[in-house]
Design a binder for this molecule. Structure first.
Ligand code: NAP
Length: 288
């Protein structure tokens, strides 16, 4: 039996409706600043999607663009001035930054209450403490929202997260294990001895590895729930543009899993929706 599609677009649309209600009661127009450095085409597409989402919801967005040869000091000064701007509720630095910039130290500079990406150590640390009312990184938060929206039972289930990055895999594992979700979590990474065996034992698999179609059908227990975070561009001569997007999960996993999120249209729209949610939360808390 084919898996049911875990439809991130539909889940994001539901979330947006709830956000519109919250914005109408917020007493202030939420305001997001997006800092982008350089001319990486994919980054500009991501920023455009975020700005469009702001427009749909009535969130004000300000775009601060630097050329790729800008100095780290210039970006640093811009962040400090955004921190001090009381009309702003969210600050996001679009990744990746040029190699001559220290992304970590620039992220550390953002006021944690405006850190809508949730990457500041103060916000990541709160997750370890089980304080889930703050700025949670958008992708793992979006996965949790999608699992709850689809009524996936997590309590006592075995979850495997493939990937341990600070922005996706690690916070994802913490969120699945947190009180309220209550899954028993295994983290698979590049040194894991037998990733396939770990996945085969899981009721829930979250693939956030960045390796196209790595999770094959024979890696998945029949009936498992599979969430594909991966976004990989692979060559495809049958397409006019010469490439296509692939997830970290092979499409034939749909014949084994009970629920599978598609790429595109799964975790991607949820990531943007959670960014909007963090911006609204920040506006609410700064104006309550
Ligand atoms: P990342 O920082 O490169 O982390 C990848 C993780 O995968 C690392 O922890 C790495 O392990 C692990 N890994 C690599 N090869 C492996 C292997 N053969 N077996 C097991 N684990 C392996 O990537 P990321 O930022 O977490 O992103 C992961 C994927 O999600 C990418 O495709 C990215 O484009 C996508 N993504 C999508 C969204 C969205 O909105 N849908 C958002 C963010 C990211 P080590 O730690 O041992 O190196």
């Amino acid at each position: 039996m084919a898996a049911i599609r875990l439809d991130g677009k539909a889940c994001a649309a539901d979330l947006e409706e709830r956000l519109k209600q919250r914005i109408s009661k917020c007493g202030v127009t939420p305001h997001l600043a997006v800092v982008i450095v350089g001319d990486d085409p994919a980054s500009h597409v991501y920023v455009r999607n975020k700005v469009r989402s702001c427009e749909r919801l009535g969130i004000k967005s300000t775009h601060i663009e630097f050329p790729s040869e800008a100095s780290e000091e210039e970006v640093r000064e811009a962040i400090i001035s955004l921190n001090n701007d009381s009309s702003l509720h969210g600050i996001l630095i679009q990744s990746p930054l040029p190699n001559h910039m220290d992304e970590e130290s620039l992220t550390d500079l953002i006021d944690p209450s405006k850190d809508v990406d949730g990457f500041h150590p103060a916000n990541l640390g709160r997750i370890v403490q089980g304080r889930l009312d703050g700025m949670i990184p958008c992708t793992p938060a979006g996965v949790m929202e999608m699992l709850r929206w689809a009524d996936v039972e997590m309590s006592g289930k075995k979850a495997v997260v493939i990937g341990r990055s600070f922005n996706v895999g690690m916070p994802q594992a913490l969120l699945l294990a947190a009180k309220g979700a209550d899954a028993t979590v295994t983290i698979v990474h590049s040194r894991t001895k037998d990733a396939k065996a770990e996945c085969l034992s899981a009721d829930i698999v979250i693939a956030a590895v960045g390796r196209p179609e790595m999770v094959m059908p024979d890696w998945v227990k029949p009936g498992a729930v599979v969430v594909d975070v991966g976004i990989n561009r692979i060559d495809d001569e049958t397409r006019e543009r010469g490439w296509r997007l692939a997830g970290d999960v092979h499409p034939d996993v749909a014949n084994i899993a009970s629920l599978l999120s598609p790429v595109p249209g799964g975790v991607g729209p949820m990531t943007v929706a959670m960014l909007m949610a963090n911006t609204v939360t920040s506006a609410e808390s700064q104006h309550s």
